[in-house]
Design a protein around this ligand. Structure first.
Ligand SMILES: C[S@@+](CC[C@H](N)C(=O)[O-])C[C@H]1O[C@@H](n2cnc3c(N)ncnc32)[C@H](O)[C@@H]1O
Length: 149
C-alpha cells in the first residue's frame, strides 16, 4: 500500500540547521515559531484557539536516511532500535511534537516550545488532551533516569 499525504501548512522557524537545535520541544527553551495553514484548510482552525497546547504531526522533510538502529544523544553506549527512539531518520519520517499555542491570527498559528526546522511540512494538528491514552505506570526503557515527569 502506498499512502500519499499533502501538507496542511508549513512551519516558520528560526531553526535552519538540524544539528544545531533542540531535540525535543521541552528542551527548546520556549522557541517561538509559526505555522502557516494553507487557505484550503483554514476553516478547520475554528475553535482551536481555546486550547493552550496542540499536537503537531509533521514530515521530517530534511531527513536524509533511514536508520533502523540509531544512537540518540542520551544513549551513551550502543544503539537502540529506531522505534524505541524519536529520531527523524525513520522509515516514515513523521514527527510528533506537543507545543504551546500562543495565539491564532487568521491562518497563522503562533507557537512556542517547538523543535522543528524552518519549512517543515505539517500533516495534521490536534488539541493536546492529557486524558488521551492510559498513561498510568509509565516505564521509560533505556531512557530511565533521563526523563523528568
Ligand atoms: C529528535 S526529533 C523530535 C521531533 C518530535 N518532537 C518527535 O518526537 O517526533 C527533533 C530533531 O529533529 C530534527 N528535525 C526537526 N525538523 C526536521 C525536519 N523538518 N527534517 C529533518 N529533521 C528535522 C532536528 O535535528 C531536531 O533536533
Amino acid at each position: 500500500m502506498e499512502i500519499i499525504f499533502k501538507p496542511i501548512g508549513y512551519v516558520h522557524s528560526s531553526f535552519t540547521n538540524p544539528d544545531d537545535m533542540p531535540r525535543q520541544p521541552k528542551s527548546s527553551n520556549h522557541a517561538p515559531g509559526q505555522i502557516e495553514i494553507l487557505d484550503a484548510y483554514t476553516a478547520g482552525l475554528k475553535d482551536l484557539d481555546g486550547f493552550s497546547h496542540i499536537v503537531l504531526l509533521c514530515y521530517f522533510h530534511k531527513s536524509k536516511e533511514v536508520k533502523l538502529l540509531v544512537n540518540p544523544p542520551r544513549k551513551h553506549e550502543g544503539e537502540v532500535g529506531v522505534f524505541a527512539s524519536r529520531s527523524p531518520s525513520r522509515p516514515n519520517p513523521i514527527g510528533l511534537s506537543v507545543v504551546r499555542l500562543d495565539k491564532i491570527e487568521g491562518n497563522l498559528l503562533y507557537i512556542s516550545g517547538h523543535d522543528l526546522l524552518d519549512g517543515t511540512p505539517v500533516l495534521d494538528i490536534k488539541p493536546y488532551l492529557p486524558e488521551v491514552g492510559d498513561t498510568s505506570n509509565i516505564r521509560f526503557g533505556w531512557l530511565d533516569g533521563h526523563i523528568q515527569t
